[in-house]
Structures are given as C-alpha cells and as structure tokens.
Design a protein around this ligand. Structure first.
Ligand code: BGC
Length: 564
C-alpha cells in the first residue's frame, strides 16, 4: 500500500504534464519480449527528466489481450506478463517519490468474453450473472446504436450458441457489454475503483464512458443515467480518496462532451476530443479560426475542472465528430498512404502525420501546454518515433519504445523478431534515426526541445494554470493568438501555423506598460504604447510575458478569473 495523498491535494492535475504508456510497449525488464511494470519503474528517471508529472498506464489487469488489455478477464489481478501487485506497489511508490502521479485505466463498459462473469452468464439462464449482460432473442434492439469498430464488426449483437441468445457489445464481439441497470454491476465497478486506488493509484482515465446505459429509441450514448453513475463514482472517490482524478474518454459532440464535467460534480478532467482533429485541420488550412471557435465553445471548464488536451493516443485519430468535408480534407492531407484509414480514422503517429517536422511537433506541443487545462503526451512522440502500417488494427502505433539505435530499439534484450511487436523499421522514424540515447542532451534534438519546453512551462505553471483564455487578433490570418491572464502577469501566446514567415501586431491594453519577455519560442518583437509588433518564422511560436501593475481591485473579465 502506498501513501499518495500528499500528491493529491487540490486540482494537482492542472500543474502536471501527463504521459500515456502502453505498458507492454514501453520497456521489457525481464527479457521476455513484453514490456512490464518493473520496466516502467526502471524508466521513471527518464520520465522525471522529461518533466512528466503523471503517467497514465493502459490496462494492466489480467486480460485475453485481444484489445490491448481492454478485454479484462480478472479486474483484481495484474496480468502475469506485466508483473505482480508488488511490482505495481513499487512503481507507485517510486513514482510518488519523484513527484509523479500514476493513473490506471478504468474499463467499465465491457469485459472479455473469457471473463468468468460472462462464462457463468452464458452457460446458465438462471445464473445470477445472467443479468450482468444484455441479451436478446432477435438481436434487433437498440438499432440506433452506432457500431464503433465498423471495419470489423457488422453489428452490436452477436449470437452465442451456449447462451442461446444474442449478447450486446459496443466494441469487439469478444467484449460483451455489462448491464448497468443491474445494481450489482455498478457496485462491482465501485469495488474495482476502490481496490486500485487502495494500491495508491492517483486516479483513472475512464474508458468509453458514454456507452454504459442503453435505452430503446436512443443512440445509447451520453444518457442521463451515465452521468448519474459517474457522479456517484466521483462522490465515492471524493469521500474515500480525496484528490483522485477521473479523466473521461468521451468522444462526442461539443455539447455532449462538456456535460461530462457535470457542473464540477462528475469528471474533473475530460479529454478534449472536439479540439483534437481541429488542431490538424487548422494546420492543414493554415487558418486557426476553427480552433478559436472550438475553444470559445468549450472554455472555461467549470471550477476545479480542466480539459485534457492531446494530439495522439494509442487509438487511431478518430474523425467521428467532424463533417464529411472535413473528413475528406483530413484524409487527403494525413491519410494518403495505403492502409492508413481504420474505422474512418487515421492510424498514424504524430511524427509521420507531421512529415517528420520537429519544428511543427514543438509548435503543436507548445500549443497544448499553453491552453487552460493539461497536456497529455503519447509515449515516443517526444522523440519523433514512427509507426508500422503493416501491423493489424492499432498495433502500428503501439510499437516498442525506441530507447537506443539497436534493431530491437533497446526495448528488450531479445532480437526484434521475438518482441511483442516488431519495432518500427523505416530509416526515417525507426530506432536508428529516432531514439532516446542519441537525442538525450543533443540541443537540437526533438527530445531536448520538448524537454526544455516542458521545463519552461513548469517554471511558469502558476501563470498557466488558470482558466483565463482570451483570444487576440494578431492581424495575420495564420497566427493563432491568445492571452493567458493572471493578476500579476499576462502571457501572450502566438502560433504561426503556416509555413511562411509572417509579421503582425497585437493591440496592447493601456495597463501593459512593462517590457515584454519571451519565455519560450522565437519571435522578434517591437512594442509601442498601444501595440506589439512581431515577426514569426514559419511554424514558430512565442510565449511573451508582460508584468501587469498589481491591483487586486481592478477586476478581470469574467472568463479570466482564476478558479483554482
Ligand atoms: C480504447 C480503445 C479500446 C476501446 C474498447 C477505447 O476507448 O481507447 O483502445 O479498443 O475503448 O475498450
């Protein structure tokens, strides 16, 4: 058991950079070709050097491994291929000693078809487990429910000979959905959450939250009952594990996504799915207007809450929430290689999507960091590692972390062909070109640029942690500009998302008399009383700080109030 409470005070998540780790792909500590929990512990020094404040571990529970651990067979055990409970305790303890919080992944919607709960249910209609799942004689119910893995599953109902009925599954047929109208299921999930928080976890990324309840005639997503359930879970956490955080994975429209904050009573953090594809679209269009619209529609987050921004994760870039025209443009720009598109989205890593351009990767990372909320990085994106389109499903973006230039990427002692997945093997993004050992300490490397950026952000985190966000008008169409305000300082963030050099001006409030300082990025500045002129090269950014005369009675615009 680990004491983690001192790290969990207040809205700590507003001051942390998060780092997502598929444990099996990170580091193999025991030479069996599979990344494991002790492997993550061994690499905590690297994470701490990078400036990571929290890690999110993909499911490490006992699993059938048909969906990267999202198909659990025992919620209360660590999968033997990843280690033991003691290994997890040690990982949490050592992470906490370095000031790094540890999030698990709470998979509530479904389990593995091999889980004993489903095995009992399918064999015996009178089993108490039968009502833990959704059964049908016709497979015709809930016909308005969209199929998520549409390239693989034709329908959400699958016939089961043993059960003599169809069962419902929102994802793969090997992942039967649990029935949340069954009170015992809800209680069991509370138990699961308590169990792992009891082992010192600081919270969970919550998987597939919109889908828990099903109602005939609806799309079976984001129903009011879902919010009731998560508000109850939140109340349990607040009472028993204060400061533990829940991050919602809700890939929905803006109005539906915003609801997961539940007026500060549901999820403290919600993944910003509405912004993510727009970041890439804005870059392709060299026009930030769509970013302004999405952010103005979603900020500020309610008190005590914050958005979780990300560019990539372990899934494909989902394009479910964009229009047909936008999808077409996205695929035209980012999905041009054969076998790129999966379930309508793009299964590529950040670096190849951005043509391996480190400057653009730095620009986009800086943008995430400077928005109100927290940035989530995906392992390996900080070194610009690539993907493998020859691997099935989403495995191509889950290849072994590239620690060294060796053919096995220094991920394991085994040769490449004996690893859980083959490492990237192309000359541009593979281990020979992109790896931690070679990039560490080399000032112009992507790793070093990202590390420095995080260090600068951390040094000024008190100035970035409020919800204050005011769009600025830089008089240049390709520059995304906004102010982040605190009572004592204002930071102007400028992002030139075009490839061309630009010059522009931003109007300055009369109160801003101080000389601006460039905190990060590169810009040439000149100020007069009423405006700041700037030159920005292509795909460059700048965080520019002004001291403001401290006058507590002055009052800030409503959206600028520090809510923490
Ligand atoms: C996870 C996926 C997973 C699915 C089913 C998603 O939201 O991010 O990786 O396949 O849930 O569990």
């Amino acid at each position: 058991m680990v004491a983690g409470s001192s790290l969990r005070s207040g809205a700590w998540f507003r001051t942390a950079v998060f780092y997502e780790i598929p444990v099996r792909s990170f580091y193999d500590s025991n030479g069996d070709g599979i990344g494991d929990l002790p492997g993550v512990t061994e690499k905590l020094g690297y994470l701490s050097e990078l400036g990571v404040g929290a890690v999110w571990l993909l499911p490490f529970y006992r699993s059938a491994w048909r969906d990267e651990g999202y198909d659990i067979t025992d919620h209360y055990a660590i999968d033997p291929s990843l280690g033991t409970i003691d290994d997890l305790d040690r990982l949490v303890q050592e992470a906490h000693a370095r000031g790094i919080r540890v999030l698990g992944d709470l998979v509530t919607n479904h389990i593995s078809i091999d889980h004993p709960w489903f095995q009992e249910a399918r064999r015996d209609r009178s089993s108490p487990r039968r009502s833990w799942f959704l059964w049908s004689d016709t497979g015709k119910e809930f016909s308005r429910t969209r199929v998520i893995f549409r390239d693989v599953e034709p329908t959400n109902w699958t016939w089961d000979d043993l059960a003599g009925q169809y069962y419902f599954h929102r994802f793969y047929a090997t992942q039967p959905d649990l029935n949340y109208d069954e009170p015992a299921v809800r209680q069991e999930m509370f138990r699961v959450a308590r169990f792992w928080l009891g082992h010192g976890l600081d919270g969970f990324r919550c998987d597939a939250v919109p889908y828990l309840f099903k109602r005939e005639g609806t799309r079976c997503q984001s129903l009011p009952e879902v919010h009731v359930f998560f508000k109850e879970l939140r109340a349990v956490l607040d009472a028993e594990f204060p400061g533990a955080v829940l991050v919602a994975e809700a890939n929905q429209s803006i109005p539906e996504t915003v609801q997961y904050f539940g007026d500060s009573r549901e999820f403290p953090m919600v993944m910003h799915f509405p912004l993510m594809p727009n970041l890439y679209l804005a870059l392709a269009e060299e026009d930030p207007r769509r970013l302004r619209h999405v952010l103005q529609a979603t900020l500020p987050a309610p008190p005590g809450c914050g958005w979780a921004y990300f560019l990539r994760n372990h899934d494909e870039v989902t394009l479910e929430q964009v229009s047909d025209d936008e999808r077409e443009m996205f695929l035209w720009v980012y999905g041009k290689y054969p076998r790129t598109v999966l379930n309508g989205g793009v299964r590529r890593r950040l670096a190849p999507m951005l043509d391996g351009d480190d400057t653009t990767i730095v620009l986009m990372t800086a943008l995430l960091l400077s928005l109100p909320g927290a940035a989530f990085l995906y392992y390996g994106d900080e070194i610009g590692m690539g993907d493998r389109l020859d691997l099935p499903d989403r495995d191509g973006v889950r290849t072994p972390m590239q620690w060294t230039s060796a053919a096995n990427a220094g991920f394991s002692t085994l040769p490449p062909e004996r690893l859980i997945r083959p490492p990237v093997d192309d000359p541009v993004y593979g281990p020979a070109a992109r790896n931690v050992a070679d990039e560490r300490g080399r000032p112009d490397s992507l790793l070093e640029r990202i590390r420095q950026l995080i260090a600068l952000w951390s040094a000024h985190v008190d100035e970035f942690r409020s919800e204050a966000f005011l769009a600025a008008e830089p008089q240049v169409p390709s520059v995304f500009a906004f102010w982040r305000d605190q009572p004592a300082t204002r930071i102007l963030c400028l992002y030139n998302i075009s490839r061309a050099s630009v010059s522009g001006t931003v109007r300055l409030d009369p109160e801003l008399k101080s000389t601006p300082t460039v905190l990060a990025g590169e810009a040439t500045l000149a100020r007069s009383d009423s405006q700041l002129s700037f030159d920005l090269a292509g795909r460059r950014f700048a965080w520019i700080r002004f001291a403001r005369p401290f006058a507590p009675s002055m009052g800030l615009p409503a959206s600028s109030v520090d809510r923490l």
